[in-house]
Design a protein around this ligand. Structure first.
Ligand SMILES: C=CC1=C(C)c2cc3[nH]c(cc4nc(cc5[nH]c(cc1n2)c(C)c5CCC(=O)O)C(CCC(=O)O)=C4C)c(C)c3C=C
Ligand SMILES: [Fe+2]
Ligand SMILES: [Fe+2]
Length: 323
């Protein structure tokens, strides 16, 4: 019989998100972006070319431009991504007795490396690392795996993805249903995922296929017909071609088609952040408004009980398989 995973004080669960600046200021944003965009997993250009470009041109221009955007969504407890990720770990802890649940960030604080080192010092032997990316990408999940693989003296198991997990699909579908009960159903539902360079997808990254599968499963759970929903990719960065269709172009096409009330959900993001709150709920909502429509943004699952339960169920399954 498998041991009750609630009686394993030598085991911990670490939920890991991308990370975010410590403050909505240009220097803090610069420090964060420097660490994030220096990772070969994220930008694979040769270092001799990329690092001087990043530090000499991109960061000096981008940090002061992005800092006010962070300021526009900053919360009392910090950056939204940090607040929601922290809250989620607390909620998940309520689902376990003997197993500790912590949160960490791949870039910025608290760093995954420091959290794993602390666990080892505390006598923990095994850590289940749960990247908060429902869909696997080499640019995100594998970058978490890089740090997990370097943890000495600790057995680490990494969850690759949960893009088609039935409990997670149902949690997202339930949050959309609740939103529609409260605000009425929009005429159309748009699933907006974070984008990726097309080149990365062409090299075999499973991310776009998993985004498509997630959206189709959530739409099926809601009983939507194919004309009632669409999928698009947001948050393009840099000049090369990214996954298409782009969210901004899709909004224009939907407005053109006569859609007046549009619901937008971002099920690639476990927690609301700059890219959902500023880019979608503020900027893209304005763009859609200018085309004569109303965009209603449906929040991420964040620290909701349904999210904590769905992820706890996934973690419990992984821990049982590991025993
Ligand atoms: C080459 C650049 C980028 C790739 C590839 C990329 C993939 C990717 N990102 C997320 C999730 C998030 N990204 C966030 C912010 C963000 N992303 C990039 C660039 C790439 N992302 C930048 C430069 C930024 C910072 C903001 C900006 O300067 O525009 C965030 C939000 C962080 C926050 O602090 O709120 C998340 C979350 C995924 C899932 C993904 C892979 C598909
Ligand atoms: Fe990103
Ligand atoms: Fe962005």
């Amino acid at each position: 019989m498998p041991m009750d995973i609630n009686e394993k004080p030598d085991t911990a669960i670490v939920v890991v998100n991308l990370g975010t600046p410590d403050a909505p200021t240009a220097p803090a944003v610069r420090r964060y972006l420097d660490e994030f965009l220096s990772d070969r997993r994220v930008v694979s250009l040769p270092r001799w070319l990329w690092l001087p470009l990043l530090r000499g041109v991109i960061l000096p221009l981008r940090a002061p431009k992005v800092a006010p955007k962070y300021a526009s969504v900053w919360m009392e407890g910090g950056s939204p991504l940090a607040v929601h990720t922290r809250g989620l770990a607390v909620r998940m802890q309520e689902e376990f007795d003997g197993v500790r649940v912590l949160h960490a960030m791949r870039y910025g604080n608290p760093s995954l490396a420091s959290v794993l080192a602390q666990l080892r010092e505390d006598g923990v032997r095994r850590a289940l690392v749960l990247p908060l990316y429902p869909q696997y990408s080499t640019t995100t999940t594998a970058a978490v795996g890089d740090v997990a693989a370097r943890a000495d003296g600790l057995q680490v198991r990494l969850l690759n993805d949960y893009h088609a997990d039935a409990g997670w699909v149902e949690a997202v579908a339930a949050s959309i249903r609740t939103h529609r009960e409260r605000h009425g159903s929009g005429e159309h539902l748009l699933f907006s995922f974070h984008g990726l360079p097309q080149r990365v997808a062409d090299a075999g990254d499973p991310y776009p296929r998993q985004c498509e599968a997630s959206a189709a499963a959530i739409a099926a759970a809601l009983g939507l017909s194919p004309e009632e929903w669409s999928l698009s990719y947001q948050s393009r960065f840099g000049r090369e071609r990214w996954l298409e269709p782009a969210t901004d172009a899709t909004l224009d096409a939907l407005a053109e088609r006569g859609v007046r009330t549009l619901d937008v959900v971002a099920p690639g993001f476990a927690a609301d952040c700059l890219e959902t709150l500023e880019e979608v709920a503020i900027m893209l909502a304005e763009q859609f408004h200018e085309r004569g429509g109303t965009l209603r943004y449906i929040p991420c699952l964040n620290d909701s009980p349904g999210h904590a339960r769905a992820l706890a169920a996934i973690a419990r399954r992984e821990l049982t398989a590991w025993s």
